[in-house]
Design a protein around this ligand. Structure first.
Ligand SMILES: *[C@@H]1O[C@H](CO)[C@@H](O)[C@H](O)[C@H]1NC(C)=O
Ligand SMILES: *[C@@H]1O[C@H](CO)[C@@H](O)[C@H](O)[C@H]1NC(C)=O
Length: 365
């Protein structure tokens, strides 16, 4: 591997494919924080102009970053054997196709959520991925960037859940703030995405729920509505769901609300656990509240760091996979986990198209 003169010569190299808002405002800053672990070798966009603009944002910690654009740029990334992995951060409609292209070229991939636009797309993609000929000493890792599975608040709560006894019921209340001041509000791909913001944003909240309760959602019955005409439909959904362990719960989600609130609450026979989005000492994160059997109460605030954690895990997994072809990548990052979140939202949307008729969630074994 060529030396880059800054003592980071032995580090793995990755490319970021995409230079949209999330790539610029999340990937670049988070990669700066882990510049001691991984080198950002290239950034790609459809146009030269936007690739160059994004590369400038990373120049301070990736002085030799290369700009790539168009089809030729993708070919160059695929053909560059010093690039071990690729972060695919593109519109939801094209991510899967591009991820498969990179995986086929032997690159490890971390793709942004949502894993797919539908479960059909996910199933097809998984069978394509699993049928790639074994032409590399390792199977390229396919990860989905779902930061909620890496947020310490959800990791810690998923350990505390065993102390609440038998789950009695669950409430998930999501009152979002997707209004005209939000940078994603005008994002054209989200407006042309089936399921709109409910699917695109919703996968995070379902990932949080699944992580917290540690049991799969098996069936749902939902009503969705289109209330705010400035948003694509639907922008509201109310759902009754049941878990594999028998417990039922409600999921109430408004894409845009006047008073944002994000809350997951599980009530059990011996205690209650609650995770709520909040701010503490100027830091954004989650408050975890646990009430136990003897009136004991624990309260702890966990600042956000899920994106950073998931990227660190991806780098570790890439390195391990290239040393040991049988390395098992972190299950929280797996493509299948991301597809399971999509399956829940898809079932909710299908149920609402049938005026609330119960729908089984498609399973991804
Ligand atoms: C959008 O939501 C944020 C957060 O609730 C709020 O501070 C802001 O005033 C809202 N902007 C508009 C145009 O409603
Ligand atoms: C989105 O578009 C609307 C209407 O054109 C505009 O008022 C608003 O400022 C835009 N928001 C952002 C974040 O660019």
């Amino acid at each position: 591997m060529a030396g880059d003169g800054d003592g980071r010569a032995g580090l793995p190299r990755i490319a970021v494919v995409g230079a949209g808002i999330f790539a610029r405002t999340q990937y670049i800053p988070r990669l700066r924080e882990i510049a001691h672990l991984v080198v950002l070798k290239a950034i790609w966009s459809r146009t030269q102009e936007s690739a160059k603009a994004a590369a400038e944002l990373a120049r301070d910690f990736a002085p030799e970053i290369e700009c790539k654009w168009g089809d030729a740029g993708l070919e160059e990334i695929m053909g560059d054997c010093s690039i071990m992995g690729v972060a695919v951060v593109l519109p939801g409609q094209v991510q899967v196709e591009l991820s498969l292209k990179m995986l086929k070229a032997g690159k490890h991939v971390i793709q942004e959520k949502p894993a797919s636009a539908s479960t059909t797309e996910a199933e097809t993609a998984l069978s394509v991925y699993n049928s790639f000929p074994n032409q590399f000493p390792y199977k390229p890792i396919w990860a989905v960037g779902e930061n909620y599975r890496f947020e310490p608040a959800f990791v810690e709560s998923s350990k505390l859940i065993k102390d609440i006894g038998d789950m009695m019921h669950i409430q998930v209340i999501i009152e979002g703030s997707m209004n005209s001041s939000n940078p994603y509000f005008n994002s054209s791909w989200r407006r042309n995405f089936v399921g709109g913001f409910v699917l695109d944003m919703g996968v995070h909240f379902i990932a949080g729920l699944r992580m917290l309760v540690g049991s799969e959602i098996t069936s749902v019955s939902s009503i969705s509505r289109h209330v705010d005409m400035a948003l694509p439909p639907p922008d509201n959904i109310c759902s009754l769901f049941q878990l594999e362990n028998g417990c039922a719960g409600v999921f109430v989600f408004a894409v845009n609300s006047r008073s944002p609130k994000l809350l997951w609450r599980v009530d059990g026979t011996k205690g209650t656990i609650e995770v709520e989005r909040g701010v503490d000492s100027g830091k954004h994160g989650y408050q975890v509240l646990f009430s136990g059997e003897n009136g004991q109460c624990q309260k702890k605030f966990y600042p956000f760091c899920g994106v950073n954690e998931e990227l660190k895990m991806f780098v570790q997994d890439m390195l391990a996979a290239s040393k040991d072809g049988d390395h098992e990548a972190e299950p929280r990052s797996s493509y299948v986990e991301g597809a399971r979140d999509v399956a829940v939202l898809e079932a909710m949307l299908e149920s609402s198209a049938k005026q609330g008729a119960p729908v089984q969630v498609k399973r991804f074994p």
